[in-house]
Design a protein around this ligand. Sequence first.
Ligand code: BES
Ligand code: ZN
Ligand code: MN
Length: 484
Amino acid sequence: MQFDVAREAQVVTSDLVTVWLARGEKVGLTSDVGALAQALIDRDEWKADAKNAVLLYGGKAGKQRLLLVGLGTGKDVTSETLKRAAGITLARAKAVKAKRVGIVVRGVKLAPASVADAIGEGFVLGSYVAPARKKTADKSASLPRVVVSADKNATVVEAALEHGRVVASATNRARRLGDLPANELTPTDLGAQAQAMAKGTGVRCKVHRVADLKRMKMGGILGVGKGSAEPPVLIELHHAPKRATKTVCIVGKGITFDTGGISIKPPAGMEEMKYDMCGGAAVVGAVEAAARLNLPVRVIGIIAAAENMPGSRAQKPGDTLTTASGHTVEVINTDAEGRLVLADALHHATTFEPDAIVDLATLTGACVVALGHDAAGLFTRHDGMRKALQDAADASGDPLWPMPIFAEMDEDLKSSVADLRNLGSREGGASWAAAFLKTFVGDVPWAHLDIAGTAWGMRTREYLGKGATGAGVRLLVKWLEGLR
Ligand code: BES
Ligand code: ZN
Ligand code: MN
């Protein structure tokens, strides 16, 4: 997707001119079609309500095209409103095969940089196409050039557009990884994808294979991976800027397919378990954005990747395994595999002595029952992290909702044959999982994000369609930007 910044006089020469208009504002174009638009508003035939859009034709042979997009009340317009306007605009631009789309924004109280950031992000997220394999390729229109109007502040606007573009393309990378089917994205493939990302960005990437996992005594990842012909891996990504004062680890669940293992899942909807690596995908995306934005914080991404299969070597209910921290776990249910691989990955994170750890995982169906698809669960005992992550979520359009980790649960996670069992009870299942994870982070400030409801299947927004959403990437970037 290409962006340009130009004076309004140039923007209005685009083959599709769009005016994003707050209520009560004038269209303010001298063209024939501009006058028509104003007349419609004056006659009360079109209102600048949010998401209300109309495409008007005017001039000689209807050659002038003007898309009006309503924004609602100017003082209530947020980044989210503008991203939705971008989604609406992109869909209309594709429908009329526009080559150059000019954007004029009227009556918005946000700073020019925030407006441009949202435009960059909204268009790039809107341009995402999920990977597909069809005999005849989809002939959808190529993407238009987007020309943003700025009579002053042009350099600020350019930088903000670029910021939005970088965050959205990193999010789109995570979406693509999520949408890839499990036969095209094994744990080894996920390692190669992380390496490919690192190559383009100056990030250092290390993929630990089975021999390394054995040396590091990662019984959790090895136990889950045992039932599959595809070997598990632990992926490490390092963004290490010289001027960094803080170190944070972001840890992702990377189960490339979750059959449930021997505690096998019922068939209905099992195809969705290709998305069980979306926490890992978010880590790849967030590290990419941190590197491309040169964020002055050391970020270590850690992804525990495995395929949870019921093969003849699969772990079995009742097995006990020893995790990297030395804690032993009785495997009651092989479908509670995410917490097993995360146990090793979280412990590995603590060895870097970070200032904070955040993990992201499609961890429990119970979290989807609790929150639906409108927010991911935010689990932490650290008030500072809860606030910082919640603020980042609210500002980024990548929603979180606070959830508890009850101290009472610790006692009930004890096993008679090991230190822990990998199952609590069905009621409060998302909190049981979080309580299990807590054991493996020691004293490091830590938050767990259960993205089972948001990694895919969210209600669609104008700029964010079906399939993987890249949940976590945008809020992590916001959170990293706020660290000092
Ligand atoms: N990957 C699933 C969680 C999941 C289920 C995410 C549905 C999104 C939609 C996870 O590994 C799992 O199977 N969790 C079990 C835990 C249970 C066995 C304690 C679950 O949620 O049922
Ligand atoms: Zn899973
Ligand atoms: Mn499972």
